[in-house]
Design a protein around this ligand. Structure first.
Ligand code: ZN
Length: 92
């Protein structure tokens, strides 16, 4: 989760921006300080442990925040997003 999927370098926790936090589900935006690529990730904490999926995105953290403010993301949407990412099998 703290490794850039593109350049494979470790980034600091400060690179991560938690956009949304709901019932153990986190929507996180990460901008890699090395290659400047942005990744949108969903981290889910369940009784089974920690699950995380992510995708490379063109969206900046501010854009995601705008989306979030314009229409609140529901828990279902967040889980749908998580499932979508999971199906794409993008892993950190
Ligand atoms: Zn990178």
């Amino acid at each position: 989760m703290n490794q850039c999927p593109l350049c494979k370098r470790q980034h600091t926790p400060e690179a991560a921006n938690i956009l949304l936090e709901k019932n153990g589900t986190h929507l996180v935006h990460i901008t890699c300080p090395f290659c400047q690529n942005a990744v949108l990730a969903v981290i889910v904490v369940t009784s089974m442990g920690l699950g995380s999926v992510g995708m490379v995105t063109d969206l900046q953290a501010n854009d995601v925040l705008k989306l979030r403010n314009s229409d609140a993301i529901s828990e279902d949407e967040l889980l749908n997003f998580y499932t979508l990412l999971k199906n794409k099998q993008v892993k950190f």
